[in-house]
Design a protein around this ligand. Structure first.
Ligand SMILES: [Zn+2]
Length: 124
């Protein structure tokens, strides 16, 4: 059964705090997914496990955020959707310059944000 329990995301954030990008991998069919799930979205097996992955991929889209979502967030940052070489897409912040569509990038992590999470950041 697919779940949206936020506590199941913990392995992702635990990896992020160590500078490691983690995704879930299905031992039955090899499918990979970024969102925390209880069952594989490809074969429905309950064989997903968190694994470290190579944090590299290709930029699929970008946007610049000039109006922040809340007063506690500074405006003027970029976002990118990156298709990881391992399969899934990840939404990341970008460094000051927006990367080009199709550009290869490496995903790192920011210093801890106000909620203690280290956010993904795409680097050229
Ligand atoms: Zn599977």
């Amino acid at each position: 059964m697919t779940t949206t329990d936020p506590t199941e995301e913990h392995p992702f954030w635990e990896g992020a705090a160590r500078g490691v990008l983690r995704i879930q991998h299905c031992a039955d069919c090899g499918h990979t997914t970024l969102l925390a799930r209880g069952t594989c979205p490809s074969c429905l097996a309950e064989s997903l496990a968190w694994v470290d992955t190579d944090p590299v991929g290709v930029v699929e889209s970008t946007t610049r955020i000039d109006r922040p979502p809340s007063a506690s967030v500074s405006a003027g940052y970029g976002l990118a959707v990156v298709r990881l070489d391992a399969g899934p897409c990840i939404l990341t912040r970008t460094t000051e310059e927006l990367p080009a569509i199709g550009q290869r990038v490496r995903i790192g992590f920011s210093a801890a944000s106000a909620n203690g999470r280290h956010l993904p950041v795409a680097h050229a």
